[in-house]
Design a protein around this ligand. Structure first.
Ligand SMILES: *Cc1c(COP(=O)(O)O)cnc(C)c1O
Length: 338
């Protein structure tokens, strides 16, 4: 037996163990579903035959998502988290490399490395904005381009005029909109016009369903058809699909919570304006080397590396949690200033 060397170049997952009080490290929604909605899901689950496979191409859910956006189910793919879909997206297009725009989400790198596909980086500028022209220049030989808007971990949205320059190259462009519900902008309306636009969304953030692992893709039928040729059958389980469908019926609950989180985000931003970057997502990037200091006080945030060394990414939590965070960060600044 011999494990491939390539496998060993992947680091094992870092599990944060400990009795921490406040978790602001994974951009989760701080609210679980209301009991009434959970009960509605349980009622539906009771009537679901567990002995049967789910629909082979996840149909009732794809129809429901399509209806939500005014699209056809043939424009919608669903996966075990949007992460899973990234793996297939990297494999379906011709080209020499993928393009990413760091600092950004790590999963594009994870799958490219796993599949042995080269990565060309076109870094964000000082304001963390993409350079559309620069990306377009490299687009001809690219199999696929990943743009995250709002971006993780910087929180800002990418300007539409820059995104359009990239789309005009004709190469497949994924706009990862995992946080779009917290932003005023998104690219869904461009789907009509650009058949090379792929919009990636998730139930993990604004929808508060990170535990059920469901993500979806909106794109041209040719792309969705290709994806379902290589996607393993029965990939998404019945239980998760039911939970997501029920949640789509209660979008008003999501909207209320998004408002709450955006309000709290702006409150946190104003408090730490000197150190925080403006955000269109449910987290804030802060130029504060406070990871260990916060951890000692029971608050877990995300420690950043590389170009963002000395920065933390802080998820917006419930009001009480944010109050604790504010207190701890004020203490940190006090100590740091002495
Ligand atoms: C959280 C996140 C996702 C969503 O991942 P899931 O697998 O759907 O939970 C996708 N892209 C970005 C940029 C994210 O931050």
């Amino acid at each position: 037996m011999k494990i491939r060397e390539m496998v060993k170049t992947f680091k094992p997952y870092k599990v944060i163990e400990g009795n921490y009080r406040i978790w602001l490290d994974k951009n989760e929604n701080p609210f679980d579903l209301p009991d009434e909605i959970k009960d509605e899901i349980f009622e539906k689950l009771r009537k679901t035959p567990f002995n049967r496979y789910p629909h082979i191409t996840s149909m009732p859910l794809r129809e429901k998502i399509a209806e939500f956006y005014g699209l056809s189910p043939r424009n919608v793919a669903v996966g075990n988290g949007s992460d899973e879909l990234l793996d297939y997206l990297i494999k379906i297009f011709e080209g020499d490399y993928i393009i990413t725009t760091p600092p950004t989400f790590g999963m594009y790198y994870f799958y490219a490395k796993l599949e042995g596909i080269p990565i060309v980086e076109v870094p964000l500028n000082e304001q963390f904005l993409i350079n559309g022209e620069e990306i377009a220049k490299k687009a001809k030989k690219a199999s696929i381009i990943f743009i995250t808007s709002p971006n993780n971990p910087t929180g800002n949205s990418q300007p539409r005029e820059e995104i359009l320059k990239v789309l005009d190259s004709g190469a497949p462009v994924v706009i990862d909109e995992a946080y779009a519900e917290f932003s005023k902008e998104n690219c869904v309306d461009l789907l009509d016009e650009y058949n090379n636009l792929l919009i990636l969304r998730t139930f993990s953030k604004a929808f508060g369903l990170a535990g059920i692992r469901l993500g979806y893709l909106l794109a041209d039928t040719e792309i969705i058809d290709a994806l379902y040729r290589i996607k393993p059958p029965f990939g998404v389980n019945s239980l998760s699909m039911i939970a997501a469908m029920v949640m789509l019926d209660h979008y008003n609950v999501i909207e209320e919570r998004v408002k709450y989180i955006v309000r709290e985000r702006e409150r946190l931003y104003k408090k730490f304006k000197e150190y925080a970057y403006p955000s269109d997502a449910n987290f804030l990037l802060m130029r504060l080397n406070a990871y260990e200091f916060l951890l000692e006080r029971g608050i877990v945030v995300r420690k950043l590396e590389g170009r963002l060394q000395g920065h933390i990414r802080v998820t917006v939590g419930r009001k009480e949690e944010n109050e604790e965070l504010i207190k701890a960060l004020e203490e940190f600044l006090d100590v740091a200033n002495i």
